[in-house]
Design a protein around this ligand. Structure first.
Ligand code: GLC
Length: 432
């Protein structure tokens, strides 16, 4: 199947050079603000395919910075100044509330034909006051990557089921590998930089430990509780022991570089890293697997819900055409391509029963429950204040990780900050 998409891409590029009669200046342009690793590659293939089928259109994809918070700042600069430069924006699953006033209602352009085939929870997430702010493009959830060869070598039956087990296994494997001469080997790599990715990691720690999700879906600030403090302090203990000291400056690609380079026993990352770590030039291509993240006191692991959507700018000069491009990009054929060519996860339910997709990514099926039970960040309840909420959360938690504040004081401050920001009451997290 991969070969088929390569042929489509080459044919599209070749034909767009040879056969197209529309001159460059007569073409209608649609520009997409997107980018970021695997997403760029996939979107480029989809754009080539669209242009092949619609030679009078030119679709340009602009790579915006990888770090979510910087990307949001960039988007807001353009949207708040009503800039028509970008027609389509690739937006994070947490942003529909924040960007709703700058993006058109996709139902006005025929989205009702498509919505039913997508996961309903994501459609609901992207719907604000009855308006479909963005079309789901791919979904995601945090996973534990582990070195299966190392587990065998050190006599473990399977991946760790609790954070305590992870800690212990990571230390044993790391010490063993270092004793054999690999001084660069680490036990566990993850995302500890002060940015959105840390909010995702921290949510997995707290939710798995009965410590809640910072702000509950019904609007209570639950962040300041002992279960959350304990697990974040436990994570602070990993820094400089089983995890490099530099983990407090790491994002997804830093973790992947270490793990894929063969220098870590465990990694927390999103599904996109799977196909990259399996690629022909990856030294660990046959030596790793994925599992649910470990559990704390709740008895089960938690995976943060991630993923990206496509929204249509209110300020686009060519909304009809941009909507057509957008629906094509998020449609069945292109989502199938995404599920075969990469390990980004489709949002179209039927693709999880598609043989080609499952052949490329068998873990979609094995870990289906992890993906469908993923924990949402509190972006619906905080709506256009989500970004600020998350900034306070990751800054406070980063302070605990770097040791510049104790857990108790950081969590007390975060609670007070969130009360000021949101005006919500405080409460205790629920844990089943
Ligand atoms: C991934 C997720 C996204 C999340 C980001 C954090 O891109 O899909 O939802 O916000 O990582 O770094």
């Amino acid at each position: 199947m991969k070969l088929m998409y390569l042929i489509i891409l080459i044919a599209a590029i070749f034909c767009s050079c040879e056969l197209v009669t529309t001159s460059e200046e007569d073409k209608q342009n649609i520009t997409i603000a997107a980018g970021g690793g695997e997403g760029s590659k996939i979107m480029e293939i989809a754009a080539q395919k669209y242009m092949y089928e619609n030679p009078e259109v030119s679709v340009e994809i602009i790579d915006i910075t990888d770090l979510g918070n910087d990307r949001m700042e960039f988007y807001l600069q353009h949207l708040e100044s009503e800039d028509p430069e970008y027609d389509i924006y690739m937006i994070d699953v947490i942003w529909p509330g924040e960007l709703q006033h700058h993006l058109v209602d996709l139902y006005m352009f025929g989205a009702d034909k498509y919505v039913d085939c997508h996961f309903s929870a994501i459609i609901e997430n992207n719907t604000k006051n009855g308006k479909l702010v963005a079309m789901p493009w791919h979904t995601s959830a945090g996973l534990l990557y582990y070195r299966s060869d190392m587990l065998d070598k050190y006599g473990y039956d399977g991946p760790p089921e609790t954070w305590d087990e992870l800690e212990e296994m990571a230390a044993v494997i790391m010490d063993g590998e270092r004793d054999e001469g690999n001084e660069d080997f680490w036990g566990y790599v993850w995302q500890g930089n002060a940015y959105e990715g840390l909010t995702c990691n921290a949510l997995e720690w707290t939710a798995s430990n009965c410590g809640g999700s910072f702000v509950s879906p019904d609007g209570e600030i639950t962040i300041n509780n002992q279960q959350a403090i304990d697990i974040v302090e436990q994570a602070a203990g990993w820094v400089g022991t089983i995890s490099p000291s530099g983990v407090v400056g790491h994002a997804e690609e830093d973790a992947r570089a270490t793990f894929q380079g063969g220098n870590a026993a465990f990694m927390r990352n999103w599904p996109y890293a799977y196909s990259l770590a399996r690629s022909a030039d990856s030294p660990i291509r046959d030596d790793f697997d994925v599992a649910p993240l470990p559990a704390g006191d709740s008895g089960s692991g938690a995976a943060t819900l991630g993923g990206w959507q496509l929204g249509l700018s209110e300020y686009s000069a060519n909304k009809e055409l941009a909507a057509d491009v957008l629906f094509f990009m998020a449609g069945y054929e292109m989502q199938k391509m995404l599920g075969v060519e990469s390990s980004l996860m489709p949002t179209i339910k039927d693709l999880y029963a598609d043989d080609d997709v499952l052949e490329a990514n068998s873990f979609f099926k094995n870990l289906y429950d992890v993906f469908t039970n993923a924990v949402a960040r509190p972006s619906t309840v905080t709506s256009d204040q989500y970004n600020e909420t998350s900034e306070r959360v990751f800054a406070g938690i980063h302070d605990v990780l770097t040791g510049s504040q104790t857990g108790a004081s950081a969590f007390r401050d975060m609670e007070a900050d969130l009360e000021d920001l949101l005006g919500f009451p405080t409460g205790s997290p629920k844990c089943d």
